[in-house]
Design a protein around this ligand. Structure first.
Ligand SMILES: Nc1ncnc2c1ncn2[C@@H]1O[C@H](COP(=O)(O)OP(=O)(O)OP(=O)(O)O)[C@@H](O)[C@H]1O
Ligand SMILES: [Mg+2]
Length: 345
């Protein structure tokens, strides 16, 4: 912990108007006053996650701020969930890697939700700077006078609290930002704020996760524009890397039917079946190099959602996927559609 006095009621002032952090640090810090320190209960994995393992993982017995909402219909993937649970239970640094829309970010969030563990997601897009993470001096108005004040960044705040930070799009982060994160990747990783003369020791219940589309080797396919190579020394500090790519057909179907129970009948199931088959064809087509876009589980979900709105499966398909595709590839997609649904679009 630092020796700096707490200033819970200071006002946040992004006076440079450029801050890209989606979170209001002061608000987070004020809310964090409700955080007690260490996990005080255990959750049985079989009971709370529906997985066939005899593990009890630590968590909190009470509600706190910044706990994600529980999605009751969430279907936990065993390999991914166990990796994330190990991260929470044993203070491991866990990265989840995989294609887009496969459930990486929500898996971490949903685990945190069930453990009552506060969890904050930060999108490491190319606008997040080192100062956003660490904090910076800012000019604020106090009693009518301009004063320069240090504003704590999200990383020092999170480090001192029982909070799981999820760095989303980890492979899109800027190099200067990545080196800041590298310092706290080790379990005992202390953070030195040079300009503040403080050393921050991580809270025992601080956790760090990341999600990425590539495994830090850059992007060969061109699918993940903006993905950077990750320094190998940095990659080495992630204790667990789990891969979450597309799930087996039946598992994906179970996710869709759990989210849309009104389709859990003969006709609905056939339709979801055909939709996932369609998505699968685009994934195979993509791997074979025939297509440059593919349908993720997120696309299938929004197709079902649009189908509920427009009551027209074909039109919903156009809105959710077809209109995003390259003109030159539409013939192939039409052919897939014909094979799955027996109609031409
Ligand atoms: N196992 C699952 N059970 C229920 N819903 C799921 C599951 N996996 C994914 N989803 C749903 O799919 C959508 C996409 O998930 P999510 O945003 O976690 O993907 P992602 O892998 O982080 O994608 P990206 O790489 O684009 O960030 C969400 O709406 C989520 O609720
Ligand atoms: Mg994500």
């Amino acid at each position: 912990m630092t020796d700096k006095p707490e200033k819970p009621n200071e006002e946040i002032n992004y006076s440079d108007g450029k801050s890209t952090l989606a979170y209001d640090i002061t608000k987070l810090r004020n809310e964090a006053h409700g955080h007690r320190s260490i996990p005080d209960t255990k959750f049985n994995v079989r009971e709370h996650f529906g997985l066939d393992v005899d593990w009890d993982v630590p968590g909190f017995s009470y509600e706190q701020s910044n706990i994600p909402d529980i999605d009751e219909t969430y279907q936990f993937d065993k390999e991914t969930t166990l990796a994330i649970l190990a991260g929470f239970a044993h203070n491991r640094r866990v990265m989840v890697q995989g294609y887009h829309g496969t459930g990486k970010s929500t898996h971490i969030e949903q685990v945190a939700a069930r453990l009552n563990w506060p969890c904050v997601r930060i999108n490491l897009d190319s606008h997040i700077s080192r100062l956003d993470l660490l904090g910076k001096d800012m000019i604020t108005l106090k009693e009518g006078k301009q004063v320069t004040e240090y504003k704590e960044g999200i990383l020092p705040w999170a480090l001192q609290n029982p909070v799981a930070i999820v760095f989303d799009e980890y492979d899109a982060g800027r190099p200067d930002v990545m080196f800041v994160i590298q310092r706290v990747l080790e379990a005992e990783g202390r953070l030195t704020l040079l300009d503040q003369n403080t050393v921050i020791r991580p809270h025992p219940a601080f956790r760090l996760f990341a999600t990425a589309n590539t495994i830090g080797l850059g992007d060969m396919t061109g699918m993940y524009h903006g993905a950077q190579q990750i320094n190998q020394a940095q990659m080495d500090r992630w204790n667990i890397v789990a891969t979450l790519n597309y799930l087996p057909h039946e598992d994906e179907k179970a996710i869709m039917l759990a989210k849309y129970p009104d389709m859990d009948n003969g006709e609905g199931k056939d339709k979801v079946d055909a939709m996932i088959r369609m998505a699968d064809m685009t994934r195979k087509g993509f791997i074979a190099g025939d297509l440059s876009t593919l349908m993720s589980p997120r696309t299938v979900l929004s197709w079902i959602e649009n189908d509920h709105i427009f009551r027209d499966t074909e039109q919903a398909f156009k809105y959710s996927f077809f209109n995003k595709c390259d003109e030159a590839e539409k013939d192939i997609i039409q052919e897939y559609y014909q094979r799955c649904f027996g109609v031409d679009i």
